[in-house]
Design a protein around this ligand. Structure first.
Ligand SMILES: C=C(O[C@@H]1C=C(C(=O)O)C=C[C@H]1O)C(=O)O
Ligand SMILES: [Mg+2]
Length: 467
């Protein structure tokens, strides 16, 4: 990568155009500057006028967010998707001309995106706009980290581009996106909800427990879908605002593809990288929140000592530990979980810290970890085969890694749960649960019901149970 000191957009464009002419190839330029504090959701809303794809990521516990508008470049990969994506990202990074005087994570050349849960599953029309792996480099990127905001402009320059024209277009876009005189649109409501027939779904849970009792697998995660008809088109910016307000300790994300938007608030970190330090999270085992402090404590205490939930959790811990040891040193995993409280439910949680060995990357870790037994099962291949055969669902990007990375070895990916695909005035919400030997179909059905609540409540149906 070529780090440059110049700050003028037009002069950087001129330089890139003349290089593109010399080498007969397009050049990516990336330029970052500090801007006044700006509300990232207004930035997202302002981007709607441009009718381009928007992307959003926020870590609500860290006061950190990245909002992206448009696409300067897209990395798409199919069969060997992580390897292909890493190669494409490295090439792009190596050849880019970058001006970023800041060391802040998530500024500069950043790519954001996700992938499907299972690349071997045939896509249905529901997910037609989402490829098996898609990482984009947004054209305009607003990074907000504590009290600072940074704007990065990314643009791929061709030999026949005109620097002055391009600079004018980008400056105009920047002014429009940073214009604070717009409001977030109002709320929508839920008109109708429809789920996969509960009895059929519970029957699948019984198949899974039978399969486990016969020793073909130890844990299988089964999901279900709730279809929701909204009273109006949902505004992505307003839905994100509510998710941020209502779901602390979560990653709030949104990825638009051709008008469809996959968004959610996931509590589950897959991996975070800061230089060579990596973090992962084991999150599995679920109980509702109590209505009073006493009831809440009592539920938390029984969750911590509940054998069935502990076994769901321990499969995840064991697998993540082994996977991290493959690429990292100093892997540290506490020997017992703690409670991770969320608005609508609480989980068993074990954090994992490690140091990444030199020659590996966040791509290697994602590839090895996904799907963990929090979303797939144990053993991985047997549980995935069961899911493919029996789950009446196209998971699409649900349950898969979504996140971002920058060109300085920083990045974070979450497991896309507590999420839904919004298509105009329709939404498909997804929720799953870990089935182990002593799972009870009615209880698992209820557990998935609570997992719909974070999304239901931001779409205007939060006070009702999901049936
Ligand atoms: C599959 C989901 O969540 C996963 C399953 C859990 C469980 O069964 O206890 C808990 C957290 C996640 O690992 C989901 O929310 O859709
Ligand atoms: Mg569970």
């Amino acid at each position: 990568m070529l780090e440059v000191k110049e700050t003028g957009l037009q002069s950087m464009l001129e330089k890139a155009i003349s290089e593109a002419k010399e080498n007969h190839t397009a050049r990516m330029i990336s330029m970052t500057k500090k801007v006044n504090k700006t509300n990232p959701l207004l930035f997202i809303e302002a981007g709607k006028k441009l009718s381009v794809d928007r992307t959003f990521w926020s870590s609500t516990s860290e006061n950190f967010s990245i909002a992206g508008i448009g696409c300067a470049h897209e990395i798409n990969a199919k069969s060997n998707r992580m390897e292909e994506a890493e190669e494409a990202w490295q090439k792009l990074r190596d050849e880019a001309i970058i001006h970023n005087p800041y060391k802040t994570s998530g500024t500069g050349l950043v790519t954001m995106g996700g992938m499907s849960f299972d690349p071997l599953m045939q896509k249905t029309s529901l997910w037609k706009n989402f490829s098996h792996l898609s990482l984009t480099i947004p054209e305009m990127l607003l990074t907000q980290s504590d009290d600072n905001c940074y704007l990065t402009t990314n643009v791929k320059v061709n030999a026949d581009d005109q620097a002055a024209e391009l600079a004018q277009r980008l400056n105009k876009m920047e002014r429009m996106l940073l214009n604070p005189s717009i409001n977030l649109p109002g709320e929508v409501g839920i008109e109708m909800k429809q789920e996969i027939d509960p009895e059929t779904w519970k029957q699948t849970v019984t198949y899974a427990t039978d399969y486990i009792k016969q020793n073909y697998a130890k844990k299988i995660v089964l999901a279900r879908k709730l279809f929701v008809k909204l009273s109006d088109e949902a505004a992505v910016s307003s839905v994100l605002k509510k998710l941020i307000e209502q779901q602390p300790n979560s990653y709030v994300f949104a990825f638009e593809r051709n008008g469809d938007c996959f968004l959610g608030a996931s509590p589950e970190r897959l991996v975070k990288q800061e230089n060579d330090e990596v973090l992962s999270t084991c999150l599995a085992g679920t109980a509702p929140r109590g209505k009073t402090k006493e009831e809440d404590d009592r539920i938390a205490h029984s969750l911590l000592y509940d054998e069935k939930n502990r076994s769901e959790h321990d499969f995840v811990v064991k697998m993540i530990r082994q996977s991290m040891e493959h690429y990292c040193r100093a892997v540290n995993v506490p020997d017992k979980p703690v409670i991770y409280p969320l608005k609508n439910l609480q989980h068993l949680y074990t954090p994992v810290t490690a140091v990444l060995n030199e020659r590996y990357s966040i791509f290697d870790i994602i590839e090895r970890l996904h799907p963990t037994p929090a979303l797939g099962g144990v053993p991985r291949d047997e549980s995935l085969a069961f899911i493919r055969e029996h789950e009446q669902l196209d998971r699409g990007w649900y349950g898969a890694p979504v996140g971002w990375m920058d060109s300085n070895r920083n990045g974070e990916f979450a497991v896309a749960i507590r999420s839904g695909l919004i298509q105009g005035d329709k939404a498909s919400l997804f929720a799953g649960c870990g089935i182990v030997q002593d799972s009870n179909p009615d209880e698992e059905y209820k557990e998935t019901g609570i997992k719909f609540l974070p999304m239901l409540s931001v779409l205007g149906g939060g006070n009702h149970e999901s049936h």
